[in-house]
Write a protein that binds this ligand. Structure first.
Ligand code: ANZ
Length: 957
């Protein structure tokens, strides 16, 4: 009977596993699981409380990075991670855990709003349609989600708590001594009592309300400030640093981004820089992601050093204070506020022509250079390869270690936003300073002994000598010498000297900036903030939450000519007078008053900063999460000192955005006593990408992948030869494959198996629709091993399994268990396949215990067919909560292995030995073997090399 003739097959085998059978089984069990609440994970209390027996089990919290519901729907690349967590969750359920596994939707954000702007439809309508579409697409895959726990970030019941958390952050400050966030009221009490000096030295009582608000704003963990921000006229909104590409353009839309001074909300994430770094060590995350976070936080140990100038000082930040004697000039960022102060009216006598940029006065030169620098992004300014530009300010400062007068330049390679915005330049030992010094004919002085043969006369060098592990030279002044010291000792010595003199100190600098938290958007969480007539910001009382988005006529942002930097944002909410101007009693004893609402909205990252907490207790209207429930699912435990989700799977692109923000919010909530886990995600796993072939015609345009014909390794579209390459899957490249298409052709179980079998989960792999059938065949053979295709009757026998079958079974159990635990789904499938093939080849009816174990082994991977076969085998309870098989160790080890015995390098005997044999025992057995004795022929033994259990090598005397 031919498998390629389905019509004939159906007649002969009406009970064969086919796509139609799969479709029927899958729909039936999905309905059953939903109705039965099979995947409902009980809480220890609250409205989701359930089965105390289950709650007594160890917990596993297995989570996906939640999806943004795109209008385009899913292609087969999207669910890779969801299938993986589902397999893992099912396996953990079968190995004695109470498993929380669910999925919500991250639904605020720009795409819905942009789509709404284009179509005229309210973003809520399009977002909800996209969510429903995605839900039905995902349901078809048989994902075992606890649907009672699902939500979307746009649900007012959810964003009520996002707003509530914002208020907690707003109403707290970072106590540097206690190294934790505390309520702002405690700071006010300290100011009031005089325990803490009010900045500026006045008494708290003497300050006006507005002055107090300004003081507190310097401490609050969420604060509004006028700061240079990334303004994107093309999108009509400001952006976080993380949303700006390396070319200084918007990640979304690719528009130019400019620096503009605007009043914006920020989150003081920098207060947590040290803890965000330190706690990484306790997390089970890919090293690459930890490294990205470390680099993003960018901790640099160094010193601040004052360079006297006109009775004041320019403070620099340096990580190489050991090279102070080599500082031959200084550079300030063009925007540095002290530049004007020191710029003289005329160029000093004898000013080098190349220093002036051809300008008549220092003021002119500075103004011209500033204008030029303002048009560049930080990244452009910092590019290593770029020619160094700059201009002399006309001023000189004093190098404090040797009293030398050194010229002060402005140059765009120094950024205002890092360190102090000023550097001491050591051209001999810093590549950028070297390039600048050569361009401006400035002296280059060697103070770190080169390890190559270039010598210490730096005027002849072609490049800077950069080393952290060399001897300091040419570095002695009146009362300090670093000569002969190593870099580390020299740093310590000079830092102490600077501190003694009061002109510098050791310091730590971070690259991390505060998180810009407001957006000029409609489709985001409104801020729970109102301003009184003095412009003072007040948070709303909890009773006024959620503050819902107003229904508006025009929710589109005002955008501008993308290249016009001289524009400023106009928030969509500001146009709704009724909503903006309100009279409220904030319950602060001041009675009803008029207020103006904040009209910015939160960035789309806000909702995903804490969603792992809400899944735990999604319907709690009193608290964001009940502490006992949080403790149960998230709390610290052995091996997880900071608690957190047990497995979090998602793409590596979220390394520094979402993952850093979510860690920060967790730490604030932890400090304030709302949760017991300072880290949200204990174990992180990044799945690879499903790639797809892209076919391009002679003009380079993609043509539909489904219309390609392959002939002799070449590809044709409508007769024209096309080129094939590997790319992303998606509509724009005309190569998207939908999960529905695969489900229709083979069923969801086949799709699940194929995605898991494609390769190790963390590796990217190309989709190949033609290969899917391989997994379909596996399921057909599995079916056939249990069910008679002609009659539909179960074929298993009550006969005892033979020894070889037992060995094949227990080896598979052992291997699959380890593989599923280690997220090695592809090798687990290979082992199930091997066992299944063994049974097929044996040709006889499969013994019942073997068939049952096989079904249990595949249940996490292919849950529908497993549930069906399990019931056919006579069970009345779902396969989902069965115990995963446990291997009998007696059958796991191979009976014997062959050991080769060599004498003088030649094989003389082969011994069948136990795989667990020790070196000593094996040596004895080998030396006693007849053939070996004969080969030695009475010669003594010089050496025996034993590699149990496979090799013995005897060297005769
Ligand atoms: C003198 C020196 C000598 C430096 C030397 C380096 C090598 P990281 O490690 O990234 O923190 N720097 C300081 N502030 C800067 C700014 N606002 N813009 C551009 N560059 C700045 O880098 C710290 C080093 O970068 C500092 O140490 C300073 O140059 C420079 F052989 O000072 B160094």
């Amino acid at each position: 009977m031919s498998e390629t003739n389905p019509a004939a097959a159906e007649v002969a085998a009406p009970h064969r596993y086919t796509a139609a059978v799969a479709a029927e089984i899958e729909a039936r069990w999905q309905d059953f699981w939903d109705a039965d609440g099979t995947y409902a994970a009980p809480n220890p209390k609250g409205d989701l409380a359930g089965d105390p027996g289950l709650v007594a089990k160890p917990k596993k919290y297995i989570m996906d990075m939640f999806p943004y519901p795109s209008g385009a729907g899913l292609h087969v690349g999207h669910p890779l991670g969801y299938i993986a967590t589902d397999v893992s969750a099912r396996f953990q359920r079968m190995t004695g855990h109470n498993v929380l596994h669910t999925l919500g939707f991250d639904a605020f954000g720009l795409p819905a709003e942009q789509h709404a702007v284009q179509t005229g439809e309210h973003p809520r309508v399009t977002t909800e349609a996209a969510i429903n579409n995605m839900k039905s697409q995902l349901r078809r895959l048989g994902l075992g989600h606890d649907k009672r726990r699902s939500f979307a970030t746009i649900d007012p019941d959810y964003y009520k708590w996002t707003q509530w958390i914002f208020i907690q952050i707003f109403n707290s400050w970072y106590d540097d001594e206690a190294k934790q966030a505390r309520p702002i009221s405690e700071l006010v009490a300290r100011f009031e009592s005089g325990e803490r000096v009010v900045p500026g030295g006045r008494s708290w009582a003497a300050l006006s309300a507005a002055e107090r608000a300004d003081v507190l704003s310097e401490y609050r963990l969420a604060y509004a400030s006028d700061a240079p921000v990334n303004w994107c006229p093309g999108l009509g909104t400001v952006l976080a640093n993380e949303e700006v590409t390396a070319d200084g353009r918007s990640e979304r839309g690719n528009f130019p981004v400019f620096k503009a001074k605007l009043r914006q909300w920020n989150m003081r994430i920098t207060a947590y820089a040290d803890r965000l770094l330190d706690d990484l060590n306790e997390l089970d995350w890919p090293e690459a992601i930890k490294l990205q976070q470390r680099n993003w936080i960018g901790r640099s140990e160094g010193a601040r050093v004052d360079f006297p100038i006109d009775g004041e000082a320019i403070t620099v930040f340096t990580t190489r204070q050991d090279t102070l004697f080599g500082a031959t000039y200084m550079v300030l960022a063009p925007e540095h506020p002290m530049v004007e102060k020191f710029t003289p009216a005329a160029w000093p006598e004898g000013t080098h022509d190349v220093w002036t940029g051809g300008h008549a006065t220092p003021a002119e030169a500075v103004a011209a250079y500033r204008a030029q620098a303002a048009s560049k992004s930080d990244v452009e300014r910092q590019a290593e390869a770029k020619d160094k530009t700059g201009v002399f300010t006309g001023a000189f400062a004093t190098n404090p270690v040797n009293g030398e007068q050194i010229p002060v330049f402005i140059a765009d390679y120094v950024l205002m936003g890092y360190g102090t915005g000023a550097i001491m330049a050591v051209p001999a030992h810093d590549a950028r300073d070297f390039a600048f010094a050569r361009a401006f004919e400035l002296p280059v002085r060697c103070v770190v002994e080169p390890s190559d043969d270039r010598g210490t006369d730096a005027s002849t060098w072609d490049d800077a000598f950069v080393s952290y592990d060399a001897k300091i030279v040419n570095s002695h002044g009146k009362d300090v010498s670093l000569d002969g010291l190593g870099v580390t000792e020299a740093k310590a010595r000079i830092t102490e000297w600077l501190q003694d003199k009061g002109i510098g100190e050791g310091t730590v600098n971070f690259r991390l900036r505060d998180w810009l938290f407001s957006r000029q958007r409609y489709w985001g969480e409104p801020f729970p903030i109102v301003y009184d007539e003095d412009g003072i910001a007040h948070s709303l009382p909890e009773s006024m939450l959620p503050l819902e988005l107003p229904e508006v006529e025009d929710y589109s942002p005002r955008t501008f000519d993308p290249d016009d930097a001289d524009t400023s944002p106009e928030t969509p909410l500001s146009r709704n007078q009724d909503w903006v101007d309100v009279t409220l009693d904030l319950g602060d004893g001041r009675g009803p008053r008029s207020y103006r609402r904040e009209t910015n909205t939160m960035p789309n990252w806000a909702g995903s900063c804490w969603y792992e907490l809400r899944y735990l207790d999604p319907h709690n209207s009193e608290k964001l999460v009940d502490p006992e429930i949080e403790q149960y699912w998230m709390g610290p435990r052995a091996g997880q000192p900071h608690g957190g989700v047990d497995l979090y799977v998602g793409g590596a692109e979220h390394a520094v955005l979402h993952l850093l923000y979510a860690r920060f919010w967790s730490k604030v909530l932890y400090d304030l006593g709302h949760i017991s886990s300072p880290e949200p995600f204990h174990k992180l796993y990044n799945q690879g990408m499903i790639q797809a072939f892209v076919y391009r015609d002679s003009r380079g345009f993609p043509v539909p992948a489904t219309e390609i014909e392959e002939r002799d390794g070449a590809f044709f579209h409508n007769g024209e030869q096309v080129k094939r390459e590997l790319g992303k899957m998606g509509k724009s490249l005309k190569n998207a494959v939908t999960p529905e298409a695969i489900c229709e052709e083979y069923g969801a179980d086949t799709l699940r198996l194929y995605e898991m079998a494609m390769g190790p989960l963390d590796v990217s792999r190309p989709w190949d629709t033609r290969a899917v059938v391989g997994q379909y065949r596996l399921l057909q053979r599995l079916w056939r091993n249990v069910v008679d295709e002609a009659t539909g009757e179960v074929t298993v026998t009550d006969a005892e399994p033979d020894e070889t079958t037992l060995r094949a079974l227990h080896k598979a159990i052992d291997g699959v268990r380890q593989d599923l635990e280690g997220l090695r789904f592809n090798t687990a499938i290979a082992k199930v396949t091997e066992l299944n093939n063994h049974l097929t080849k044996a040709g006889a009816a499969v013994p019942r215990p073997v068939a049952e174990s096989l079904v249990l082994l595949i249940a996490p991977l292919a849950p529908h067919i497993a549930e069906e076969l399990w019931r056919k085998l006579g069970h009345t309870e779902s396969v989902v909560h069965q115990d995963f098989p446990v291997a009998d160790p007696r059958y796991v080890v191979d009976e014997t292995v062959t050991c080769v015995v060599q004498v003088k390098g030649k094989v003389k005997a082969r011994l069948e030995v136990s795989p667990g044999i020790s070196d000593d025992e094996l040596e004895k057995v080998a030396l006693a073997d007849e053939k070996v004795v004969a080969a030695l022929d009475g010669a003594g033994i010089r050496k025996v090399i034993v590699r149990a259990p496979k090799l013995v090598n005897i060297v005769p005397a």
